[in-house]
Design a protein around this ligand. Structure first.
Ligand SMILES: [Zn+2]
Length: 373
């Protein structure tokens, strides 16, 4: 996230903007300034249009986030990208009715903005003529009227597009939550994901038949997004129910900081383990991974102490935290294994292999959940 900068906070939510956002401002300046021959005035107008559009996108994301917070969900931040906004939440509301309200809040905010702007636009033409024909006539023009028309159209489109019942969009969540009121969450997710992919096929077909390539690109984006979200939610559902202690390896080897690297080589050659917690009087001093060992051996001898090759900035995970969170941490830190700590002592080791085994067995036999400790 180093490519984004912090703008401000709203109710504890950090609003960030990605640096690539500058690209869309340059595009807007050149579209209204050069392509539409608006000169400097046009360029400034273009920048203003995009800034206001992204105020609307921010309101959309805030509507989601503030609703989610009412249901006790922690929201980390909102990042504005050239393609729109992303709210990063720690988890999704579990209850279908809460997810429904959270998902609808975003598009609803766009319809409200459009309605308010529509009312504001009435004084601009005294005959109170707010027709589609007039809107399209002033849409691209450099004027207050054009700006209003643009923002009204954009908000209606944002609201409608986001309500498409396909997964990366809010509509996918709306559909899932409606389904989840009648079936279990995982089943609802896979049905909603399949519906999204079906919709993507129809959109793609319409696009190809009419030569509307933008529609085809959007269809591909929806198809991939729906499948990915479906899988991701399925994995999250299965792993989120499991605790680390149910999947961790409890019989593991460890090394001490002062032992030579040759001891770790020995353990790798004669066992399955490739990552070793380095323990000093039972407490974690670091972790020695196979990659660290190999690179140390390239430059140094087998008699060098483990502490010279180990990593020290290693987090431990609680045995009662969810397996999904632990898996996220493993992939985030690029560690081959995560030490499991309890009361200052290391009681287990969690590897990606442990996680995938847990996933495999649990998705085959969900009732295993009750049987594993
Ligand atoms: Zn949304």
């Amino acid at each position: 996230m180093s490519w984004s900068i912090k703008l401000f906070r709203v109710k504890g939510i950090e609003i960030r903007v990605h640096l690539t956002f500058v690209l869309i401002l340059i595009w807007a300046a050149s579209r209204w300034g050069v392509t539409m021959k608006g000169g400097t005035r046009g360029a400034l107008y273009g920048v203003l249009v995009i800034l206001l559009l992204f105020v609307c996108v921010t309101i959309h994301e805030l509507a989601h986030s503030l609703t989610a917070m009412r249901f006790g969900v922690k929201v980390r931040n909102i990042t504005l990208l050239p393609i729109g906004g992303i709210s990063q939440m720690e988890e999704m509301p579990k209850k279908p009715s809460e997810e429904l309200r959270m998902s609808l809040a975003g598009p609803l905010s766009n319809f409200i903005i459009a309605a308010v702007l529509l009312l504001l636009s009435i004084p601009f033409h005294f005959q109170a003529e707010v027709s589609a024909a007039r809107m399209s006539r002033v849409l691209g023009s450099v004027s207050w009227e054009g700006l209003l028309a643009y923002l009204i159209t954009a908000n209606i489109m944002l609201g409608v597009f986001n309500l498409l019942p396909a997964f990366p969009m809010d509509g996918g969540r709306v559909l899932r939550s409606l389904l989840a009121m009648r079936m279990d969450h995982a089943k609802a997710t896979s049905v909603a994901a399949a519906a999204g992919q079906g919709l993507a096929w129809v959109m793609g077909l319409i696009g190809v038949l009419n030569g509307a390539w933008t529609l085809v690109i959007i269809a591909v984006f929806i198809y991939l997004g729906a499948g990915q979200e479906g899988r991701m939610v399925e994995v999250k559902n299965v792993l989120g129910e499991l605790r680390v202690r149910q999947a961790m390896t409890t019989k593991f080897q460890s090394v001490t900081p002062d032992e030579p690297l040759s001891r770790a080589v020995d353990l790798i050659l004669h066992g399955f383990q490739t990552v070793f917690p380095v323990l000093e009087e039972g407490r974690l001093a670091g972790v020695l991974t196979e990659a660290d060992l190999v690179s140390a051996l390239k430059h140094q001898g087998l008699e060098v102490a483990v502490k010279m090759a180990m990593r020290t900035d290693v987090p431990t995970v609680d045995p009662d935290s969810s397996l999904f969170d632990a898996q996220q941490l493993i992939s985030e830190k690029r560690l081959g294994a995560l030490p499991v700590g309890q009361g200052g002592r290391i009681i287990g080791l969690l590897t990606p292999h442990d996680v995938s085994e847990a996933y495999l067995f649990l998705s085959l036999k969900p009732d295993l959940l009750a049987k594993t400790q």
